[in-house]
Design a protein around this ligand. Structure first.
Ligand code: UTP
Length: 274
């Protein structure tokens, strides 16, 4: 078997973001800023740093700001040029040159599995990456599963697995948002996947599952029965920035790590009285 390089990433961004209402009523969740960059830009930069050039964003109604963010902004660039704000100008230009962008509309938010299926015609027969922009990761090059607290299992896709090497697991089953009693482990699937094109025919046959949505986890479960599937345990920090508390935690961590603001922000936090 020869390995093929992954050159395309799908970033699903068509969800309704109900956990973050009312902020997400008219603005995309993916455009919420962590310090000074929208969530989706972190996802794109992560893909690019992994060597991916083609980014397929799945969008829907009310998500136009995402396309504008990765496009040229002629007036803004002219304005920054005239006022001599060279550093900002370069930063703004860099965003539109980050990757080759392509947008596909998901007409109804029918679930993550359905969102991925919308890009089938752009993927062809290659393996591809999926990056969920509302999950932000710190300090880790390893992607896969993450150990969660017992009371958190019902919020994630959970795997049943056998050890297959250092931090590596062979996935034997997956279950979306199980109760603590149903959960086969505390290993939660995180929003980073490398999938084979064979997932598409499986997704096409996947009926609506939890929340009446077409769940990627259900399709992965079917796929794991017919071909080997592996998961890597990640040891960094993961935040679900699509959730209000997760977003606050991510903001604090990214704020502390920011080279321009980190020291002053740490000083401010230390002075807070609880
Ligand atoms: P989430 O469940 O985290 O996002 O889906 P959501 O549905 O927007 O949020 P809540 O639960 O209502 O608050 C994971 C990812 O899949 C995308 C979302 O945009 C998010 O990045 N997604 C989800 C789609 O693109 N289409 C869908 O139909 C559902």
């Amino acid at each position: 078997m020869h390995s093929r390089k992954v050159s395309k990433a799908i970033i699903p961004a068509a969800g309704l973001g109900t956990r973050f209402l009312p902020a997400t009523k008219a603005s995309p969740k993916e455009m919420l800023p962590l310090v000074d960059k929208p969530l989706i830009q972190y996802a794109v930069e992560e893909a690019v740093s992994a060597g991916i050039q083609d980014i397929i964003v799945i969008t829907g109604r009310g998500k136009r700001a995402i396309e504008d963010h990765f496009d040229l902004s002629f007036e803004l660039e002219e304005n920054l040029k005239e006022s001599g704000k060279e550093k900002l100008l370069n930063e703004i230009r860099r965003i539109s040159e980050l990757a080759n962008f392509c947008y596909v509309r998901q007409r109804h938010a029918r679930g993550l599995g359905d969102a991925i299926l919308c890009a089938q015609h752009l993927i062809g027969n290659e393996p591809f990456a999926v990056i969920l922009g509302d999950e932000v990761l710190l300090n880790t090059p390893i992607r896969g599963v993450y150990e969660v607290e017992a009371e958190e299992v019902s919020r994630y896709g959970i795997i049943a697995a056998e050890p297959a090497g250092p931090r590596l697991f062979k996935v034997t089953d997956l279950i979306e948002k199980p109760s603590l009693q149903e959960a086969p482990s505390r290993l939660a699937v995180i929003g980073r996947y490398i999938l084979p094109a064979a997932i598409f025919p499986v997704l096409e046959k996947t009926p609506p599952g939890k929340n009446q949505e077409i769940q990627l986890t259900d399709a992965l479960r079917a796929l794991a029965r017919s071909s080997p599937m592996h998961a890597l345990l990640m040891n960094g920090i993961r935040h679900d920035a699509g959730d209000k508390l997760g977003f606050l935690k991510a903001t604090v961590e990214f704020g502390l790590k920011n080279p321009e603001l980190g020291d002053r922000f740490a000083h401010y936090l230390k002075g807070l009285k609880f």
